[in-house]
Design a protein around this ligand. Structure first.
Ligand code: NAG
Ligand code: NAG
Length: 384
């Protein structure tokens, strides 16, 4: 019996300490582990990993998104559950372009010594940044040099560092045609500290609530004194051509009049030259980047007096890219000099002429090099 009596308290002790331990674990878990609920799926996108997440998920769980074909992702593809909030907003999947990307027409109210180039705000990198001095209502703006419709704006800091977030708080993003930036239309809410979640969110995605039309996009810390720092701004939208491009002299349009505005990549207009005139340039005119039309073709009865005339150039880089390719009447081939300073090409017209137009066609496709001009020339001259 003594043996049995010994066993009873012993097993009770084991049971109760296990229970305590279990309760302690539950308590610990409930204090340290949060959960995140379904953040949703982007339009035109899906969960890629895991493909079918079960919500709520535990802290540190990640969700990876992907976009349907034909869409580009903006924002981060992976979001992480941090306590009860997601690290970032759900990314966007859209066929809209970042119309701000790579432009050289940004400016800011002032510049910190080590962050002087306002265009760094649209260079495609969140990790570098531009920044103003500390001042009242520091501002940054981009001139899109055309008429655009903006649907969403993404704005981000240099890195996940609170000092850079602090330098965006109070920012108002506006779009419009006024150079007085504060009179344009606001896109999304004013940036406030709560939008940075646990100071991890980058970028912040602002929905303009329908397209805002304008030429300037600005970020102004309205009513605030401090610095404005910008890692990157992405503006998702589309450009448009508002005016009819008109008719070329001695030519006419064969397609119907455009339904204005025409969006970039939209309806192309077709032209023909009047009888007795030859066309140089493309018969097709489209609304292109910068929201201007591509060039109207040239319709002329002038003679191309450079055709098959003797040519010479500073050097030859390839036996098949020789100087006479510039005036042989074939617009698909071209000449190339060697890489050197002050390369030149010349045609000898073998006579005295009065020049009205010089038509130069650049090489299409292939490896363009920035400092080498590879051209196809067609020259128009009056014979006198
Ligand atoms: C989440 O990850 C962080 C960093 O790796 C770690 O310190 C923390 O303990 C993790 N939390 C949980 C509940 O797993
Ligand atoms: C850029 O902004 C500065 C400061 O406001 C101004 O002085 C300067 O003229 C602006 N430059 C251009 C090209 O607009």
């Amino acid at each position: 019996m003594a043996h049995a009596n010994d066993l009873v308290p012993s097993s009770s002790l084991t049971f109760s300490s296990t229970l305590l331990c279990l309760l302690h674990m539950l308590r610990t878990i409930s204090f340290t582990t949060g959960q995140c609920t379904d953040p949703g799926m982007p339009d035109n996108g899906y969960f890629s990993s895991p493909a079918s997440p079960v919500f709520p998920v535990a802290v540190n769980a990640t969700l990876e998104y992907a976009c349907n074909a034909g869409n580009t992702m903006y924002g981060d593809d992976v979001i992480t559950c941090t306590e009860t909030i997601w690290s970032n907003q759900v990314p966007l999947c859209t066929n809209l372009d970042n119309i701000a990307l790579g432009r050289h027409t940004a400016n800011q109210s002032s510049a910190s010594a080590w962050a002087v180039n306002a265009n760094v705000g649209v260079d495609g990198e969140y990790e570098d940044y531009t920044q103003t001095e500390a001042e009242y209502e520091p501002s940054w703006y981009l001139d899109l040099e055309g008429r655009y419709e903006v649907y969403k704006v993404l704005i981000g800091c240099k890195e996940k560092d609170s000092k850079f977030y602090d330098r965006q708080i109070g920012s108002v993003i506006r779009i419009g045609f006024n150079k007085d930036l504060k009179s344009n239309t606001q896109c999304g809410p004013t940036i406030d500290a709560s939008m940075f979640a646990d100071r991890f969110t980058n970028p912040i995605i602002l929905d303009c609530g329908g397209p805002i039309t304008g030429r300037y996009i600005s970020v102004v810390r309205e009513g605030i004194t401090g610095k404005l720092s910008l890692g990157e701004l992405e503006a998702l939208g589309t450009g448009m051509c508002e005016l009819d491009p008109g008719m070329p002299s001695n030519g006419h349009r064969v397609s119907a009049d455009p339904t204005l505005p025409v969006y970039i990549g939209g309806q192309a207009l077709l032209y023909e030259c009047d009888d007795g005139y030859s066309m140089y340039g493309s018969s097709e005119v489209k609304c292109v980047a910068g929201s201007t039309w591509s060039s109207l073709p040239l319709c002329t009865d002038l003679e191309n007096v450079a055709l098959n005339k003797p040519t010479v150039m500073s050097s030859i880089s390839s036996p098949s890219k020789t100087s006479e390719k510039g005036v042989d009447g074939d617009l698909t081939n071209y000449f190339i000099t060697q890489w050197s300073d002050q390369s030149w090409w010349m045609v000898d017209l073998a006579g005295l002429y009065e020049v009205s137009y010089v038509y130069i066609k650049n090489r299409i496709g292939g490896d363009y090099r920035k400092y080498v001009i590879m051209c196809k020339t067609v020259n128009f001259f009056y014979l006198i």
